[in-house]
Write a protein that binds this ligand. Structure first.
Ligand code: PLP
Length: 367
């Protein structure tokens, strides 16, 4: 097959030709034209969360996790104490990186098939006044659960705690409004719902806490306060920018705006998700989550209860038909995941359903 497979994965994901073509040019990092791209993009990203008055946008080189790490290092004092609401693999990763940077961590465990609980958060904050920050994963990509950002933000504001949000897999698709939800830091990346290519993250930092962040970071490369100051002063990135990733993201954001912004993106992904769930359910498979907890980003499926099932074979058989699936991330139950995001629509999703049907048939699995 001479076309690229469709990536049904939560980043990297399928991008448009227009986004890919934007990378066919070399840019100088000192050059005014490139710095204008950076400035325009920073402003457009602020618009997506209605954050022009309340926040600044600081981009950072690297994969999404680099920006999560940078947000924690920059926002949390070195002797700070972070409560992590944990209902999955990305929550555990956030807790681990926070701990490795020497901050005190309290993990509040939840079941993986449930959303985190704002009521439990409130009880924990009342119990322990030393907690200064709360960490929330908006959409836990390990399962696809949507966590209650607005409610968690309210609890944090009421108790005067800082909130750090990993909105990596939700930003651009699910509504996030800085005018009504208070967060100190919110993290996302180029290669997820904005449909850019992977290679950079970005963090919205609340203006009111910015000055207090000076000197928090124990890492030079991860210091977003320093990155922000340098960018404001010079219009340039500190250290080599991912120029091609940036211009691809600028082109992807132009298409995002043309499509109708966040509401339009949510509508397309919701339709993708529905097409997937309706189709694969008809094949006899069951989604792992209750519908009311399912974000239209990635769907976790129970593997067929059949001796012939093997994820590697399912992967190979669907890949041969042009679709790349994603393995499950749960330890207790056998699952696989299918992403609904990327520059794809209903046609691609129903073709993906057909590919899964044929693959199961080929494996001798009757469902
Ligand atoms: C994709 C993702 C990340 C970042 O992962 P990287 O592999 O570092 O890009 C972090 N959190 C969530 C919830 C994600 O979906």
């Amino acid at each position: 097959m001479d076309r690229d497979p469709i990536l049904l994965t939560p980043g990297p994901l399928t991008t448009t030709l227009r986004t890919k073509l934007a990378m066919l040019k070399d840019w100088g990092s000192w050059d005014g034209d490139f710095n204008a791209v950076t400035a325009r993009l920073r402003s457009q990203l602020l618009d997506i969360v209605h954050g022009q008055d309340s926040h600044v946008l600081v981009p950072l080189q690297g994969s999404g996790t680099f920006s999560v790490e940078a947000a924690v290092a920059t926002v949390v004092p070195r002797d700070g104490h972070v409560l992590v609401l944990d209902n999955g693999a990305y929550c555990k990763r956030a807790a681990r990186l926070t701990q490795m940077m020497g901050r005190k961590v309290t993990i509040v465990p939840h079941a993986e098939h449930e959303a985190v609980s704002p009521a439990e958060l409130e009880a924990r904050l009342k119990q322990d006044a030393s907690i200064g920050h709360v960490m929330l994963i908006h959409c836990e990509t390990g399962t696809g659960v949507l966590n209650p950002l607005a409610e968690v933000a309210q609890v944090c504001e009421r108790h005067g705690k800082g909130l750090i949000v990993d909105a990596m897999s939700s930003f651009g698709a699910l509504p996030i409004d800085a005018r009504t939800m208070r967060f100190d830091a919110l993290v996302a990346a180029s290669g997820k719902c904005l449909e850019g290519v992977p290679g950079m993250g970005f963090v919205f930092l609340r203006k009111a806490i910015l000055d207090g962040c000076a000197g928090n970071s124990q890492s030079l490369a991860m210091d977003l306060h320093d990155q922000h100051q340098y960018m404001e002063k010079t219009t340039q990135w500190r250290f080599t920018p991912p120029t091609h990733v940036m211009v691809a993201l600028a082109e992807a954001v132009a298409q995002f705006v043309e499509e109708g912004g966040q509401p339009a993106r949510l509508a397309r992904y919701t339709d993708n998700c529905k097409t997937l769930i309706d189709g694969v359910t008809k094949l006899g498979l069951k989604p792992f989550l209750k519908p009311e907890l399912q974000a239209p980003i990635i769907v976790t499926w129970h593997a067929p209860d059949h001796p012939a099932y093997d994820f590697k074979r399912l992967y190979a058989a669907t890949k041969q038909r042009g679709f790349i699936l994603y393995p499950g991330k749960l330890t207790e139950v056998e699952t696989f995941r299918v992403g609904c995001i990327g520059a794809i629509g209903r046609n691609e999703m129903s073709q993906a359903v057909n590919a899964v049907a044929e693959a199961l048939h080929e494996m001798g699995i009757r469902t």
